[in-house]
Design a protein around this ligand. Structure first.
Ligand code: ADP
Length: 402
């Protein structure tokens, strides 16, 4: 077993007002420390840092991402894991949009930073925050290879018929409009885990993956390669999410602008932040939604039914696209923790060989597992995702070959 600190990777997921991080061993997945800086740019910012079974918290005004990352470094040092001499082998950055430019983990230099910044029109909230995280980390760890791992990369090779929107082709080409897909690191990692769990070659498997967290997406994967996914040019398309609408009639946008006199930014906020489960029920956390349903709240029940209806629509579509499926897998916060969602998403599908075993489905088990009866034609699985580990592995590999 490798024990040297040289093999650790610092994974950074830098959002518009937060930085999530983990220091981990890319081989074993063992986490040395992890945490989150919140409310960057506000007076009441802070850090919550976990290492060696202890949680350290600090409150302070954090001006920007560099100040946030400096606080991370100081807290590492304070808790006995000074990053400067821990010999970190690589820093892996989660980057949301790689556009058509980036489709594999990429060693970061000035040109790569500039290109990620250039893609900001495709992800105006995410890419600038990712760039801020990258620039700060390069400043603080100038001698460590920094690697960008893109959320869109796995879906780069989607078939033309799946990735093309039926709008004026010249307009689409001029503005980079295609289905890019997101959560790719999770879909790729989980589909690999499924093949391992089933003891099958990924090349022989047709899979459907449901990544159901605050954001939610599904993918259809044939022989290890995605053939379709629900998110699109942006993460707004597809499934109903915590605060995002998912699919809707695009005519609704023009109607809202004309009739409700909403500006384009107001429409964007409505669809990304105030829609989905939250828009229909008032709460965006799935546990709260389930509590409301138990009290007989009709709006919460409708939100749940819309959520399940959308899931099943994509399940049906992907079953047909794939021409049959070997494994259906649930992952992320809701997918891993809600037996109800899994049961309802797959209810009454035994004519298709799809069944959920009520006992294994509701078992208090947090490991990757099969929840279909052993003799069912289609394997239904719950597999915990681990995007940090996948990013750490990718970053380590790039650093080793650089
Ligand atoms: P993110 O997309 O932010 O990474 P997560 O994958 O952590 O999100 O998922 C967050 C969602 O998972 C929340 O809606 C939360 O309510 C839901 N969730 C977490 N635990 C449970 C649970 N035990 N039952 C139902 N939903 C849960």
């Amino acid at each position: 077993m490798r024990e040297t600190a040289d093999d650790l990777v610092l994974v950074i997921n830098s959002g518009s007002s937060s930085i999530k991080y983990q220091l981990l061993d890319p081989e074993s997945g063992a986490v040395t420390a992890s945490g989150m800086v919140e409310r960057i740019g506000e007076e009441n910012g802070g850090i919550e840092h976990r290492a060696d079974g202890k949680t350290t918290e600090h409150r302070a005004a954090i001006a920007d991402h560099t100040a946030g990352l400096r606080l991370v470094f100081d807290t590492f040092a304070e808790t006995g894991h000074d990053l400067a001499d821990a010999g970190v082998r690589a820093v892996g950055h989660r980057v949301v949009h790689g556009g058509e430019v980036f489709y594999r983990p990429t060693l970061i230099d000035d040109d790569v930073v500039a290109a990620i910044a250039d893609l900001s029109s495709l992800a105006p909230l995410h890419n600038p925050a990712n760039v801020a995280g990258i620039e700060s980390a390069r400043e603080l760890l100038p001698d460590v290879p920094q690697v960008a791992v893109f959320d869109t990369a796995f879906f780069h090779g989607l078939p033309d018929a799946a990735k093309t929107y039926a709008i004026d082709a010249k307009v689409a080409a001029a503005h980079g409009i295609r289905k890019y897909g997101f959560h790719g690191t999770s879909h790729e990692y989980v589909s690999g885990q499924v093949a391992e769990l089933l003891g099958r070659d990924p090349a022989d498997l047709n899979q459907i993956i449901f990544h159901l967290g605050n954001g939610a997406s599904a993918s259809a994967i044939r022989g290890g390669q995605p053939i379709d996914t629900t998110m699109g040019l942006t993460p707004l398309e597809g499934l109903v999410m915590g605060t995002r609408s998912g699919d809707l009639d695009p005519g609704i946008i023009a109607h809202l602008m004309r009739s409700a006199h909403l500006s384009i930014d107001q429409v964007d906020t409505l669809l990304n932040r105030d829609s989905g489960i939250k828009g229909l029920s008032g709460v965006n956390d799935f546990r709260e939604l389930q509590r409301l349903i138990e009290t007989g709240d009709a709006a919460a029940e409708l939100a749940y039914n819309v959520y399940i209806h959308r899931l099943r629509r994509y399940l049906g579509a992907y079953l047909i696209d794939l021409g049959g499926v070997d494994a259906i897998t649930f992952t992320a916060g809701v997918g891993e923790n809600s037996p109800q969602v899994r049961a309802d998403a797959l209810a009454n599908l035994s004519p298709f060989g799809i069944e959920v075993d009520p006992t294994t489905n509701t078992a208090k088990d947090r490991t990757a597992r099969r929840i279909s009866p052993p003799d069912a034609e289609v394997a239904v699985l719950v597999v915990p995702t681990n995007e940090e580990l996948a990013i750490a592995r990718a970053a380590h590999q790039v650093a080793e070959t650089a």
